[in-house]
Write a new protein. Structure first.
Length: 371
C-alpha cells in the first residue's frame, strides 16, 4: 500500500483580496497536499471575515510573531503590502518555514540579498509569486524556444498597458518608494517582463525612460525600455498604468516563427498564437500545437510547483538567483531611466545607490527631492 504524500501545514499573512481570492483558491485546489492552519492580519474584522470564509479550523492571529511561535507552519504565504515582505519573509525562514510571497519579494536588491542570507542560515527557501510562468502555454513556449524549434529569437515586445485611476492611488502605501518600491515597473509590469526573461534567458544591456505623466506619485506611472539579451535578441518593454485599452502582451519574433501571448491578468493555451515564417513547411508546425492539458497561469499552478520542490527537498522555482534576475532587471531599468545611460547586467551591487533603493537617491525621483 502506497503512503499518501505529507500534507504541509500552511499559514497566510495578510487576508486581503489576493489572499482570500487567489491564494485561498490555490490552497483548496491542493487540499490533498496542504492544510491551512493559521491566518494573520492586523485588522481583526478582516481576519474574522477570512476565517469565516476559510473555515473554523484556521486559527487567527494579529501578529506574525505570535503565529510563528504557536503554529510553526511548514509554509507561509505572504500577501501584505510590499514594505513588509522582507521582514516577514526573514521571520518565517528563521522559524523554519518555506515562503511564497507576493511580488515584489523585496523593495531592493539589498533587501533581496538579506533574504538570501536568511535562506542559507535556515535551510528554507523563499519564492516570489510569478504565476505567469506556470501556465501550460508558457511552459510549452519556453520548451520550443529553448529547444530551437522556432529558430533563434531575434526581436521581442513586452507590453503591460493597464489603467489605474486616482482612487487606486488613494491607498496610502501605493505610489511611494518606501512602501511600494516603485510604480508600474515594480508593481504591474514585473509579471510580464519576468515571463519575457523566463522565455528568453539572460539580458545584457538596458536603456530606458520613465515619467510621471498623470498621477501625483513619488514613483513613475509609465516606463519604457530597450533591452539587449545575451543571445543577441533585442526587445522593447512598456509598463503603464495610463492606458484605457488594457492588455498584457508578449511577442517574440524568431527566425522561423512569431509566438505571441495576448491576455490581461492570466493566460490559457488559447492566449498563445504561433505564426510560421514563409519558408517553414506545414508539417514542422505540428510540434507548435497547444499542449493537450490546458493549465491556466495561476497561483494554483505555482503552488503545485513549489510543493513538488518541497517534497523533493530542492530549491523551488521563482526563488534564489532565478527571481533575483527579475528584480535586478527592475533596478537596472530605473537606473537607466534616471541616469540616461545604458546599464549592464551585474553592475548594480553594494555601494551603488540603486542597490539600496530603486530610486537610487536620484534628484527629482528620491522622495526628499519632491516638493
Amino acid at each position: 500500500m502506497s503512503l499518501s504524500p505529507t500534507r504541509r501545514r500552511v499559514a497566510v499573512v495578510g487576508t486581503g483580496a489576493i489572499v482570500s481570492g487567489s491564494h485561498l483558491s490555490a490552497l483548496r485546489a491542493h487540499a490533498d497536499r496542504v492544510e491551512l492552519v493559521a491566518a494573520v492580519d492586523v485588522d481583526q474584522e478582516r481576519l474574522d471575515a477570512f476565517r469565516e470564509l476559510a473555515g473554523a479550523q484556521v486559527a487567527g492571529y494579529t501578529t506574525m510573531e505570535a503565529m510563528l511561535d504557536a503554529v510553526r507552519p511548514d509554509l507561509v504565504l505572504i500577501g501584505t503590502p510590499p514594505s513588509l515582505h522582507r521582514d516577514q519573509t526573514v521571520a518565517a525562514l528563521k522559524a523554519g518555514a518555506w515562503v511564497l510571497c507576493e511580488k515584489p519579494l523585496t523593495l531592493s536588491l539589498a533587501e533581496y540579498d538579506e533574504i538570501a542570507a536568511a535562506e542559507e542560515a535556515s535551510g528554507g527557501y523563499a519564492s516570489v509569486v510569478f504565476q505567469h510562468r506556470y501556465g501550460s502555454g508558457a511552459v510549452h513556449a519556453r520548451e520550443l524556444i529553448a529547444g530551437g524549434e522556432l529558430g533563434a529569437p531575434l526581436v521581442a515586445h513586452c507590453q503591460t498597458t493597464w489603467h489605474r485611476d486616482a482612487a487606486y492611488y488613494g491607498v496610502p502605501w501605493r505610489g511611494k518608494w518606501a512602501s511600494e518600491g516603485g510604480g508600474p515597473t515594480m508593481g504591474h509590469g514585473i509579471h510580464q517582463y519576468d515571463l519575457l526573461l523566463h522565455l528568453l534567458g539572460a539580458w545584457e544591456e538596458i536603456q530606458a525612460m520613465a515619467a510621471r505623466l498623470v498621477h501625483d506619485t513619488e514613483s513613475e506611472d509609465v516606463s519604457t525600455a530597450l533591452v539587449r539579451f545575451r543571445s543577441g535578441a533585442l526587445a522593447t518593454v512598456v509598463n503603464s498604468v495610463l492606458s484605457p485599452d488594457e492588455v498584457s502582451r508578449i511577442r517574440i519574433d524568431c527566425a522561423d516563427a512569431t509566438v505571441e501571448l495576448t491576455h490581461l491578468y492570466g493566460h490559457t493555451n488559447d492566449s498563445w498564437a504561433y505564426t510560421p515564417a514563409p519558408h517553414v513547411p506545414s508539417e514542422r508546425t505540428t510540434a507548435w500545437r497547444a499542449p493537450a492539458a490546458d493549465v491556466p497561469s495561476s497561483h494554483t499552478a505555482q503552488l503545485g510547483a513549489l510543493l513538488d520542490a518541497y517534497d523533493a527537498g530542492t530549491r523551488p522555482p521563482g526563488s534564489g538567483h532565478d527571481a533575483r534576475a527579475t528584480l535586478e532587471f527592475a533596478a537596472a531599468l530605473y537606473k537607466a531611466a534616471f541616469t540616461g545611460r545604458s546599464v549592464h547586467a551585474g553592475e548594480i551591487g553594494p555601494g551603488d545607490p540603486f542597490y539600496a533603493a530603486m530610486h537610487g537617491e536620484y534628484p527629482d525621483w528620491a522622495p526628499k527631492e519632491r516638493a
